[in-house]
Design a protein. Structure first.
Length: 335
C-alpha cells in the first residue's frame, strides 16, 4: 500500500528519501529528466504508484508498530513469568494453603465461626488460579491444551467455578459432589512440582506393564485356589470352601495382612490330620513368596525402569535446550 506524508512535508523530502513513493517507471523518468537537464524537476503526481489506491498516513504505521512492540514485550514478560521460580512458588504456596484451609473447614465449629474468612480465602485462591490459566492462554492457547497437566488444572478450576452457579439450579446431591471437588484443588500441586509430576507420569506409563503383571498373578492365584480347594476344602471350609473364599484367602496372603488367622486354621485342622498342618505351611510359604515378594518386586521394577527412561529423556531434552541456547548466544555475540 503506498505511503504519503500529509501536507507540505512531501515537498521538503530529499529525492533519495522519497524514492520509495514512486514506482519503477517514475524513478526512471526522473533520472532521464535529470540527464536531459530538466533541473531536477520532480515527477508529476500522476506518476505515483497506484494513485487511485487509498493512501496511508505514516504516523498510523508508527502507531501500529508501537502496538506490536508492546504486545511482543508483554508476551515476553508472560513467557518469563510463568516458568519463574517466584511465580511457581507462589502457586504452590497457595495450593498448600488451600489444602490446610480445607482441612480446617472439616471442623464444623471452626467452619461456622470463620465461614466468611474461609469464603474470602477460597475466592482469592480461585481467582489466582483463574489468572494463571488466562496467562497461559495468552502465552499460547493451543500450546495450553497439548499439556495433560494443564487440562487437569482447567477441569478442576472449571468445576470450582460451577459451584456458585449451581447453588440456585442444582440439586443438593450435585452440590455435595461439586463441593467434594474442592478437595481436588490440591491435586494441582502435582503439576506445580516437576519431580512429583514426573513420578505420577511414570506410574501412569507403568500401568500397562503392571496390568500384565496383575493378569499373570491372577492366573497363578487361580491355580493356587484350585489346589487349596482340592487339598483343604473339606477340612478348612472357612477359607477354602469355594473358589471365592480360596481367592480371598490367597489375596490375604499376597497383602500379608491376616495370614496368621489362616495359619491358626491349618494348625487346628492339623491336630486331627497332621499332614494338613505340614502341607498347609508349605502352601502358605509358596503363596506368600510368589504373590507378595515376586510379583510385588516385578511391579516395582516396572515403575523404576520407566522412571529411569523418563529421567534420561528429561536430561536429553535439557541438553538439547542448553545446546540451542548456546548456539543462539554465539550467533548474537557474532552479530
Amino acid at each position: 500500500m503506498p505511503v504519503r506524508l500529509k501536507g507540505s512535508d512531501e515537498d521538503y523530502l530529499p529525492e533519495v528519501e522519497r524514492r520509495f513513493l514512486f514506482d519503477d517507471t517514475a524513478v526512471l523518468e526522473q533520472q532521464q529528466a535529470n540527464k536531459t537537464g530538466n533541473g531536477g524537476q520532480t515527477v508529476a503526481k500522476e506518476l505515483f504508484k497506484s494513485e487511485q489506491a487509498p493512501l496511508e498516513d505514516i504516523y498510523d504505521i508508527v502507531d501500529r508498530d508501537h502496538a506490536d512492540v508492546e504486545n511482543e514485550a508483554l508476551h515476553n514478560l508472560v513467557a518469563t513469568l510463568l516458568p519463574s521460580i517466584v511465580f511457581r512458588g507462589l502457586i504452590l504456596l497457595l495450593i498448600i494453603a488451600n489444602a490446610i484451609i480445607l482441612g480446617i473447614q472439616t471442623d464444623e465449629q471452626l467452619g461456622k465461626e470463620y465461614a466468611y474468612l474461609f469464603s474470602i480465602l477460597d475466592q482469592f485462591i480461585l481467582t489466582i488460579f483463574v489468572v494463571e490459566i488466562l496467562l497461559k492462554w495468552y502465552y499460547g492457547f493451543l500450546i495450553f491444551w497439548k499439556v495433560g497437566w494443564n487440562i487437569l488444572d482447567f477441569a478442576i478450576v472449571a468445576a470450582l467455578l460451577l459451584i456458585p452457579a449451581l447453588q440456585y439450579v442444582g440439586s443438593g446431591r450435585i452440590l455435595r459432589i461439586l463441593r467434594v471437588l474442592r478437595a481436588a484443588r490440591s491435586l494441582r500441586s502435582i503439576s506445580g512440582l516437576q519431580g512429583l509430576s514426573l513420578v505420577v507420569q511414570t506410574v501412569i506409563q507403568s500401568l500397562p506393564d503392571m496390568f500384565n503383571i496383575a493378569v499373570v498373578l491372577c492366573i497363578i492365584l487361580l491355580v493356587f485356589a484350585v489346589v487349596g480347594i482340592t487339598l483343604f476344602g473339606k477340612d478348612i471350609p472357612k477359607y477354602f470352601g469355594n473358589p471365592e473364599k480360596a481367592m480371598f484367602t490367597l489375596f490375604i496372603c499376597v497383602t500379608q495382612d491376616g495370614w496368621l488367622n489362616i495359619f491358626e486354621a491349618f494348625k487346628e485342622a492339623g491336630q486331627s490330620q497332621p499332614w494338613i498342618y505340614t502341607v498347609g505351611i508349605l502352601y502358605l510359604i509358596l503363596a506368600i513368596t510368589v504373590g507378595a515378594f515376586v510379583f510385588a518386586n516385578l511391579a516395582v521394577a516396572a515403575v523404576v525402569t520407566n522412571l529411569e527412561i523418563a529421567m534420561k529423556e528429561i536430561k536429553a531434552e535439557n541438553k538439547s535446550d542448553d545446546a540451542l541456547k548456546f548456539i543462539e548466544d554465539e550467533e548474537v555475540s557474532g552479530i
